[in-house]
Design a protein around this ligand. Sequence first.
Ligand code: BGC
Length: 499
Amino acid sequence: MALTPESASTTPLHNPSNFSAALGLPYLGDYPRTYTHEGGFPAGFVWGSGTAAYQIEGAWNEGGRGPSIWDDFSGAGGPAHEAMVKVGAIAGGGGNHSGAVACDHYHRYREDVQLMASLGLRHYRFSLSWPRILPNGTLAGGVNEEGAAFYDALIDALIAAKIEPFVTLYHWDLPSALQTAASPGWLSAGTVRHFEDFARLCFERWGGKVRRWVTFNEPWTFTAPGKPYADVRTGPYLAGHNVLLAHAAAVRAFRETAAASGGAIGITNNIDWREPLTAAPEDVAAAERAREWWLAWFCDPIWRGDYPPSMRASLGERLPTFTPSELESLQGLNHYGSSFVVAQPNGKHYGKHYGEGNGESYWRDYEALALHSEEMKEEAAASAWLYSVPWGLRKLLSWVKRRYGNPPLYVTENGWSTPGNDSASSAQVADGSRVRFLANYTSELRRAIYEDGVDVRGYYAWSLLDNFEWEMGYSERFGLVYTDYATQRRHPKASARWL
Ligand code: BGC
């Protein structure tokens, strides 16, 4: 393992007395390089794939849909777009791309459901577009019946095709009307109330047909890294707090509606695994701290009643007080890659992918620096942050089991990106690197279940279709199915057949 840390010069990790033994996690510093692909999964294990509304639907200004913050950011007519482009807020990769058309799924959902059926997909995770249902974000502003009818039709088509719908309420497309000076998005308690209303409306309308629900997709991703908070010292923690309160409110609403009978609700959190680079106590502590500041930030309040002690200790009054609720919900985990970590007290930055230079914010508080070994770099995806590290998934699952008493888990996203400019006739459709990624990660998932006893109930590969990859636009493809954006033809890749 060739490592290139700026600051690590201590004991190598290949040492049986390392941190893993202490934590009881698999792999004592010796990381596997090959994986076996044999053996089954428990009966009833759920295999699926997923998407998100803004990434695939398009039809941004049709059917009564209101604008979302992603229209504003990426330019589908939003007033903020020109300013964003000027300051370079839209990454080079994303260029002027937006989700205005995306995969045109809004118009092609019937064909897409047929495609899913033809691939043998039985479980499909997707998100509802809040501004399509409530164009200005509030019940008082009125329900857009046409938008709600789109989801009626989609859900009915899925059920008719014997595909189980798994619905995420919030996958980042906040109605623009809730992101204003007067109503600053997730910094505002009003957004919590409006989300509760939106959630209740969805449970009442679709609770009879949809059994599995997720409130939020990756709170960490849309609250912590690199956000332009007016007060960077408190912004991430207040936004995160409001999201947790909104989750709690939605779970309460769920229990009050018929959706609760036989249904289940949870939250999807995410983390890239954080492994200490060396056995030096400060690096071991930095890795645990990184996991707490990333994943436990959003899991501890739900399953342990308060924020992680390490956050309370260093943030003091900057961290809001949580009123513990009787929440008990499913845990979804999105997981892609892993890094080694070294301690970085008063860390200036974390890495160039997440807010480098944002020296006064969350990343400074986080105090850990992530690095990738040369071995990890041998399997690099098109996304700058993504390397294939299958053992990281197994370690993460074990860590969650130990910290939270083995709750039922779903891997709600796991996937691999290839370059956006390849054509359907090229290596894109013969996507060996994605097949290898999925095969190796599910191999480790299987070991987590059978050897480590983790209660994982399902796995959703990300993503069903190549789609709008947020700030990277169409420059990265995560799909099991190739999307030809010029013709909107879909071409299943080898990975779709493999799954
Ligand atoms: C998000 C997806 C995204 C994927 C790949 C996840 O964090 O939930 O929407 O496409 O990562 O970047």
